[in-house]
Design a protein around this ligand. Structure first.
Ligand code: SAM
Ligand code: SF4
Length: 466
């Protein structure tokens, strides 16, 4: 391993001292930070520490309004949709919060064959999905990483009528640089892995055995991925294991490290909260449960701190929380998810166990209809990575104005594709109205261009993007 990547400097003493000194008593300072956030240049560690201390209702209101402003200015109304595809629930690790952990004898396990993966993909494509997050436990059958590579190939080559999966993001255990190069060559979108907790002592407690026990090997995964040329990486924390304020600052230090070293931070941030999982006692009573109010707060804080980084909320959360989070800063959501391998296909997989309980059981169409009725444009856009707009290039493009030229027409074209090919009558109705009102609000040049793109889709062309 490269010497510089032995670890990532998470300075616990500094985090603890900031959490102690940056208090909500200094409301002038907090108002100043919120004003600064409106410049869309992000925030430093100390600023973030102050924001985590906010309790007072008028400051909270200001925080949420500022997050709404930043979200709207940078992302507009679009909301990217994806679905997880679990290919195996075998695992050699023993994370005490996960039903897949090796010592859990209560679950039914399965590793999907390539044919079974193709069947899963067909089921997802028939629903209208275009973006998949491939997920697996850390125990590939004898082939090692080549099982993951083969699975990626299977997913990309499986087509059904007009549809196919156009972007595969991957959430698999940390690899070495050579393996990451193979993943890059397989044309993945984002490589994603969560540190779970940035607090070393807690990390050791919840990962008692297995390769994942090595905190440093895990936290340096993004360095190795980036060294291997994967420049869209996604990081995350499993909230509930340790104090959320500490985790937010830990994640900020990780982001700062990546920015300093590679000139670009993570492409996405994930913020899962601990959900009940079969045979995992810790999940019935999380040691640092994050309340809904604090959860909204941390979403808003990340939106201000790293305005150009995508933020993901999954079906772990309830429809209500998900709805509220869109305005505060979430830019990507999963929908219609199953966390049991084989969960999208029919019968043979009955009984194969899920990773954890879901909070949102709605279908893709129901989620789309709901988001569209709230004015958010569901997007299946996969243009950026296919046109090489990744890493720094993406961040440059993500500046307000620039993003609108690409993202809005692409979101509308992929949304219309969904409505025509897969949408229910009711969703199509709501969606067409949203497309019309979005176009009406565009400036002349963008409107003219978007209308042309939409006409291509209406006349039968698919995968229209710029
Ligand atoms: N096995 C790999 C790993 O652990 O990194 C990759 C996939 S793992 C199945 C995906 C993520 O699920 C983990 O990083 C963890 O944050 C999350 N997870 C595990 N148990 C969970 C639970 N009970 N509730 C919510 N999320 C959970
Ligand atoms: Fe295995 Fe990942 Fe679950 Fe840990 S979180 S037990 S590594 S699948």
């Amino acid at each position: 391993m490269n010497k510089q990547t032995n670890s990532v400097p998470i300075d616990e003493a500094k985090i603890n001292s900031l959490l102690e000194t940056c208090t909500a008593n200094d409301s002038d300072r907090i108002i100043g930070i919120l004003d600064k956030a409106r410049e869309l240049k992000g925030l430093n560690l100390e600023d973030v520490a102050y924001l985590t201390a906010i309790e007072e209702p008028s400051l909270l209101k200001n925080l949420f309004e500022t997050a709404r402003y930043v979200k709207e200015t940078i992302y507009g109304k679009r909301l990217v949709l994806f679905v997880p595809l679990y290919i195996s629930n075998f695992c050699r690790n023993d994370c005490i919060y996960c039903a897949f952990r090796a010592s859990n004898r209560d679950i039914v396990r399965r590793t999907l064959s390539q044919d079974e993966i193709a069947n899963e993909v067909k089921a997802l494509v028939r629903q209208g999905h275009k973006r998949v997050l491939l997920v697996t436990g850390e125990a590939y059958p004898d082939e090692g990483i080549s099982y993951v590579l083969k699975s990626i190939e299977t997913i990309y080559k499986t087509k059904v009528d007009n549809g196919e999966i156009r972007r595969i993001n991957v959430n698999v255990a940390p690899l070495n640089v050579d393996e990451f190069r193979e993943l890059k060559a397989a044309q993945i979108g984002t490589y994603q892995i969560f540190q779970e907790t940035y607090h070393r002592e807690t990390y050791a407690e919840v990962h008692p055995r297995g390769k994942k026990r090595d905190y440093d090997f895990r936290i340096t995964a993004m360095d190795r991925a980036m060294e291997a040329g994967i420049d869209d990486v996604g990081i995350g924390v499993l909230f509930g294991l340790y104090d959320w304020r500490f985790e937010v600052l830990g994640m900020m230090q990780h982001i700062n490290h990546l920015e300093d070293k590679f000139g670009v931070g993570p492409h996405t941030i994930s913020i899962p909260r601990l959900e009940p999982a079969l045979g995992c006692e810790i999940t019935t009573n999380p040691p640092h449960e994050v309340s809904d109010d604090d959860f909204s707060k941390l979403i808003a804080i990340f939106r201000l701190a790293v305005p150009y980084t995508g933020m993901i909320i999954t079906t772990r959360e309830t429809p209500r929380i998900r709805r509220e989070s869109f305005a505060l800063g979430i830019s990507q959501i999963s929908a219609g998810s199953r966390t049991n391998p084989g969960g999208y296909s029919d019968n043979p997989f009955e009984g194969v166990s899920s990773q954890f309980q879901l909070g949102d059981h709605r279908t893709l169409d129901e989620v789309i209809q709901d988001a569209a009725s709230l004015g958010f444009i569901p997007s299946f856009c996969t243009a950026c990575y296919r046109l090489g707009r990744t890493g720094m290039d993406f961040m440059d493009l993500a500046k307000p104005g620039e993003i609108k030229k690409h993202c809005e027409p692409n979101a509308l074209a992929t949304f219309l594709e969904y409505l025509i090919d897969y949408g229910s009558d009711e969703t199509r109705d709501i969606g067409e109205k949203l497309i019309t009102s979005t176009i009406d609000q565009m400036d002349d040049t963008l409107r003219e261009f978007s209308i042309k793109q939409l006409e291509k889709v209406r006349s039968g062309k698919r995968d229209v993007f710029c």
